[in-house]
Design a protein around this ligand. Structure first.
Ligand SMILES: *[C@@H]1O[C@H](CO)[C@@H](O)[C@H](O)[C@H]1NC(C)=O
Ligand SMILES: CC(=O)N[C@H]1CO[C@H](CO)[C@@H](O)[C@@H]1O
Length: 578
């Protein structure tokens, strides 16, 4: 029979764990999530046409569950003329027939639920396709019901003072575009429509007219499209190009910078066409709309920002009433990003200063794969393990991209005739496009890497699938894929890795990054970025340690850090031995 003191202590311990359980139940799922981006053309081809589809995703849910992902984000699979591979949408409330049907989508959602995987959709708000019924109507005259749904402008007289030679290149009927704004994909951002004798604005391709978000009807229509998918059960949205929703109402010229871009146009600073404050009002209303749904639906933003202070705004600052997870693109894509302990110490430490949960990103469908950006050509897989360690043991939600956990590499086309990405066709050879990071998923060493039964896949399968593939790597204990699985399993269960504050130890070491995640049983993460001889400094973790994970199995035998050496590029995760 336990003593009174013991019973009290027991009761106290019980109520503490009840509090912890209640807290865990209250913590929204996305806070600790591993989110996996799927490029639907390239993940799994169920019908043998050489292009991936929704059923191809459903067929591979077992793998995603085994990897440990909490949610998949599917890049646009809506009907689209595919001028920009799905980022030009002609109907927001349907599935493109080449990817399947709405019934296939509902089946995917259902099956994903059985695998404890949530589904997040891409929402492209900056523009529609020029084939969308809204634009067709808007472009037909100046006085139709949707006349004001896009950004229309009369242009200015071609001989007006201040008109630049660049503007003159786009003259129609004596009129030129109202300013010097450029399309991201080359040329003027203004396109002439004879039926209206006006220009419309398009930040991206001319087939992607920008919506006029100053018109409340546009917001209502877009929110309606989002509700269409929320009602079906999606867990949230990744908002594409969110910083570009609004343009300067006075349409001032963007300042010119020296030199020209890949398309041969003058370099500009997007001062008046990007990051305008009005976008935050829309996001606050969107968040309120999404919050009406149960189950912690999430808004994730594609937020390329200059610095961490800029990122703060996307959370809604201290109010935190905008995006739950604006992407931190600075750690992985900052202009000085390199495989260097000092770089990651600085940017990961910065990442901890935002008002909400950070979301770290190293890979996506728009950039060469991180294994190539951070590799040196000889230790790429070792370095990729170091990057995976930072991604999955930082205090952050983690975003990964199909193929990254395998170490799939960027396979950029070498001949112009092989390019599929329009930006690579117009920008060749300076800009070769984004096909390299979009090649078919590598499932097996067999034909077409198990992606498709069709030898003609929409992009060629990377020949390295002979060794870089799911089947082979699952069977190899030391593979990159199994390192991802180890880390994901660890971050799911370890309280320090889930919620512990992140503090950086030994802030001056140029080669070794060491940080601690605080908790009753803290976790220390050490990553060796170098080949320079140097030992772990004494006293970083005192006393005996227990290894939670290590890229080099020999490290797991060590019982103390004192005197231990990390092999080149090794990662070691320890906790005090009990
Ligand atoms: C990091 O790796 C190098 C070998 O490349 C080794 O000489 C050095 O001692 C290691 N650093 C630590 C702190 O273990
Ligand atoms: C930042 C950015 O370019 N985001 C997206 C907005 O739309 C274009 C054109 O469709 C996409 O290619 C981009 O990914």
């Amino acid at each position: 029979m336990p003593s009174l003191a013991r019973r009290l202590a027991l009761g106290f311990a019980l109520s503490l764990s009840a509090v912890a359980a209640a807290h865990a139940a209250a913590a929204p799922w996305w806070k600790h999530a591993v989110i996996y981006e799927i490029y639907p053309r390239s993940f799994g081809d169920s019908n043998g046409d050489g292009v991936g589809d929704l059923r191809g995703i459903t067929q591979h849910l077992d793998y995603l569950q085994k990897l440990g992902v909490d949610a998949i984000w599917i890049a646009p699979m809506y009907p689209s003329p595919q001028v920009d591979f799905g980022y030009d949408i002609s109907n927001y409330e349907a599935v493109d027939p080449q990817y399947g049907s709405l019934a296939d989508f509902d089946a995917l959602l259902r099956e994903a639920g059985k695998h404890h995987i949530r589904v997040i959709l891409d929402m492209v708000l900056n523009h529609t396709s020029d084939k969308h019924a809204w634009f067709v109507e808007s472009a037909s005259s100046r006085d139709n019901p949707k006349a004001d749904w896009y950004v229309w402008n009369d242009g200015i007289d071609a001989n007006a003072p201040g008109v630049t030679p660049f503007q003159k290149r786009f003259e129609h009927d004596g009129k030129v575009p109202p300013n010097n704004w450029e399309s991201v994909f080359g040329g003027s951002a203004w396109e002439w429509v004879p039926a209206r004798r006006q220009f419309y604005y398009h930040r991206f391709y001319r087939q992607q007219p920008d919506l006029n978000w100053r018109n409340p009807a546009v917001e209502q229509a877009m929110f309606g499209a989002m509700r269409f998918w929320l009602d079906r059960g999606v867990a949230g949205f990744r908002l594409d190009a969110i910083s570009t929703l609004f343009e300067d109402p006075r349409l001032r010229n963007d300042p010119e910078l020296p030199g020209t871009n890949a398309q041969g146009d003058p370099n500009l600073q997007s001062k008046y066409s990007d990051n305008l404050p009005e976008v935050h009002d829309v996001i606050r209303r969107m968040r309120a709309m999404v919050d009406k749904y149960p189950g912690h639906r999430v808004l994730i933003g594609e937020t390329y920002t200059r610095d961490i202070a800029d990122l703060d705004k996307w959370y809604g600052g201290a109010r935190r009433d905008e995006l739950q997870l604006p992407m931190n693109m600075l750690v992985g894509f900052g202009s000085h990003a390199r495989f260097d302990a000092g770089w990651f110490r600085k940017t990961l430490e910065d990442s901890q200063t935002v008002p909400g949960q950070p979301l770290i990103v190293f890979d996506n469908h728009d950039n060469p794969r991180s294994i190539d950006r951070f590799g040196d050509g000889r230790h790429d897989v070792q370095r990729a393990k170091a990057i995976a360690t930072l991604l999955l043991t930082s205090r952050a939600a983690a975003l990964t991209y199909y193929g990254a956990p395998l170490g799939m590499t960027t396979a950029t086309p070498t001949r112009k005739e092989d390019v599929r990405d329009p930006i690579g066709i117009t920008g060749w050879p300076k800009e070769k496009g984004r096909d390299g990071e979009r090649t078919p998923m590598q499932w097996t060493p067999g034909p077409q890497a198990g992606f498709s039964s069709n030898p003609r896949t929409w992009l060629p399968v990377n020949p390295n699938h002979a060794t870089v593939n799911v089947q082979t790597e699952l069977a190899e204990p030391g593979s990159l894929l199994n390192w991802y699985r180890t880390l994901i399993a660890l971050r799911r269960t370890n309280p320090a890795l889930r919620d512990g504050a992140m503090s950086f130890l030994d802030r001056t070491d140029p080669d070794v990054l060491v940080y601690r995640r605080e908790a009753a049983a803290p976790v220390t993460v050490l990553v060796n970025f170098s080949g320079e001889p140097q030992r772990i400094k004494a006293g970083i973790v005192q006393g005996a340690v227990h290894t939670l994970a290590a890229t080099d199995p020999a490290l797991a035998k060590a019982t103390t850090l004192d005197g231990a050496t990390l092999p080149p590029y090794a990662a070691w995760i320890v906790t005090p031995a009990r």
